[in-house]
Design a protein around this ligand. Structure first.
Ligand code: G6P
Length: 579
């Protein structure tokens, strides 16, 4: 869960690398480093975030270089463990994202051969292996090293005296940016958007030999062609645009991300796949998993199709028969557990569909077909606009299976989303920011909405929050209710309303303060609840969206009130590329 960048061309490499790493920080930010080659190999490494100012002191020479921002795996976040890692002689440097599973064996063997390890990283084994096999040509040394590596890697290697980068990929992403007599390499598109819209996605097993004027890609020893693709994201989308935080900007972009995803529609071949399914299994992690749970409630209600929603990380432990459509939902398209689950489905000959925000991501390569969300780049670690865009894609599936019954609802939903953006949540924020614990409760599709609200609250404000099915709260959690434990209850009209109101009263009877979300004008709820937050009285599909948005804002403002690092919450990374 790290970010790597590389540059080769006519520019001074250092500022390109630093800027690129800043764009990748959401992948990890406990230490960083860069290395360049002019006549010599030069290395600069620091602990902490690359945005904390220390990067500005780096003045390495050369127009070929590599960089890394780290989220510690093997070894603590120290300068020694930061990448680039170098060989014994200090001539070869590499940056790596992934996990080398046979690292201990490799290290033992290399130490027996006389190599001295400086760090505790698995990455260092790779660079010593390359050194061991180096016989005048870096590409050959890398090629001879790859068969020895078990696990996942995306790495870039450079060597003194050579304007050349060797890139290798297996189960961790690398995308190359193609400029004018210059090339860029990165873990994802973000660092490339500043320079080019022409990109090449490396495939698993690819090795790229990159010099300023030439790019050769090999697979299984054979030279291969990979297409240049055009990216439709632009660099402006990656800027804060006057907002205090990316998260707030991205929350405000949700009417657009929902609308654009609906507008893009579903391709004919994907439609056919969706119509042919007798049952649907979804796999996802984190926030994306919550959208699949919402889908399960809505799809089973409206289209009478059986739906399974599974966490990517748990999927392999379920051995139930699987012979129908499997959909993987992932903002990044790079989450290891989700990709592994989709691979399992493929191995069982199930048709597979990826719903993701990132064109060219690994998931799009694994799945038979892709339904692309149109959220644009999401920078903040906490997923917001990608969640809404996922819901847009999933709701389109429901609409498709219901023969367009929700055309009108979906094409106007963005207006209602826009209506809740400026809600005043001051009282609710004051309550939550004083609390150590909070509960979020809902029923039906609002149960996963509550889970997502709680996840947002804990991940960015660090207030411990749990999302519960409202009927379950009395089976244990009631013991934790106190006047200092706010309970956020989502009470929308319809079959869940009366029972939700009863649940709110039960909570109040245990003296816990209630923050209730209900439709505009619901006087009964407003009177029972300590704090009432109105959402527009709209269709159920839209209420799911507006309620989610309010909970995102509640988490955001609570985190601000507590002075948290909103876009880079502690210990978390946006793209989780380990099991
Ligand atoms: C990380 C992120 C979450 C995200 C989850 C799944 O934990 O911090 O925001 O929901 O990964 O990511 P994906 O890219 O697969 O949606």
């Amino acid at each position: 869960m790290c970010g790597i960048v590389g540059y080769i061309g006519r520019r001074d490499a250092t500022p390109v690398l630093i800027q690129g790493l800043k764009r990748l920080e959401y992948r990890g930010y406990d230490s960083f480093g860069i290395a360049t080659v002019g006549s010599e190999l030069e290395v600069y490494k620091r602990t902490g975030s690359i945005s904390d100012g220390e990067a500005e002191a780096a003045h390495l020479r050369g127009s070929t270089g590599i960089g890394h921002t780290r989220w510690a795996g093997y070894g603590e976040p120290t300068v020694v463990n930061a990448h680039p890692q170098i060989d014994c002689e200090g001539k070869i440097a590499i940056v790596h994202n992934g996990t080398i599973e046979n690292y201990s064996d490799l290290r033992r063997h290399l130490e027996e051969q006389g190599h001295t390890f400086r760090s505790e990283t698995d990455t260092e084994a790779i660079v010593h292996l390359i050194e061991e096999r180096y016989d005048g040509d870096l590409l050959s040394a890398v090629n001879a090293t790859l068969p020895l590596l078990q696990g996942s890697y995306a790495f870039l290697a450079i060597m003194e005296d050579a304007e050349r980068i060797i890139a290798a990929r297996n189960k961790s992403p690398i995308v190359l940016g193609v400029g004018d007599a210059e090339f860029f390499a990165a873990s994802d598109l973000m660092p490339l958007l500043d320079y080019t819209e022409r990109v090449i996605y490396l495939e698993d097993g690819d090795v790229a030999d990159i010099t300023p004027g030439r790019l050769d890609i090999y697979h299984g020893g054979q030279r291969v062609e990979r297409p240049i693709e055009l990216v439709d994201w632009c660099v402006e989308d990656t800027r804060k645009g006057g907002f205090d935080h990316y998260m707030l900007k991205e929350i405000f972009e949700q009417p657009q991300s929902f609308y654009e995803t609906i507008r893009a529609g579903i391709d004919e071949d994907v439609r056919q796949m969706l119509m042919d399914a007798d049952e649907i299994t979804l796999v996802a992690c984190g926030t994306s998993y919550h959208t699949t749970l919402i889908f399960k409630y809505l799809a089973e209600t409206f289209c009478n199709v059986p739906v399974r929603a599974e966490m990517g990380s748990e999927f392999k432990y379920f051995t139930a028969p699987l012979n129908n459509l499997v959909i993987a939902v992932s903002q990044s398209g790079e989450t290891t557990d989700t990709i592994a689950a989709l691979n399992m489905a493929k191995a069982r000959n199930c048709p597979t569909l990826a719903i993701t925000n990132v064109q060219g991501s690994t998931l799009t390569r694994v799945a038979d077909k892709t339904l692309l969300m149109r959220a644009g780049p999401e920078v903040s670690v906490a997923a917001t606009k990608s969640y809404t865009a996922q819901l847009a894609a999933l709701m389109q599936i429901i609409n498709l299976r219901c023969e367009g019954a929700f055309d009108d609802v979906l094409s106007h939903a963005h207006l209602a989303i826009g209506d809740v953006l400026l809600h005043n949540l001051e009282d609710a924020v004051a309550l939550c920011s004083r609390a150590d614990h909070a509960f979020f409760m809902g029923r039906g599709p609002f149960y996963p909405v509550a889970m997502e609200g709680a996840l947002k609250m804990k991940e960015i404000s660090y207030v411990h929050a749990e999302g519960y099915a409202a009927g379950e709260l009395k089976h244990g959690p009631f013991a934790l209710l106190t006047p200092e434990t706010p309970v956020v209850a989502i009470c929308t009209p319809g079959p869940i309303y009366n029972v939700m109101v009863s649940n709110v009263k039960e909570v109040k009877a245990r003296k816990a303060p209630v923050i209730a979300l209900g439709v505009d004008g619901d006087k009964e709820l407003a009177e029972i609840a300590d704090i009432f937050i109105p959402i527009p009285d709209t269709h159920l599909l839209v209420q799911v969206l507006t309620a989610s948005l309010v909970l995102q804002l509640l988490a955001y403002h609570t985190a601000c009130a507590l002075g948290r690092d909103i876009d880079r919450p502690r210990n978390l990374a946006k793209s989780v590329t380990v099991e």
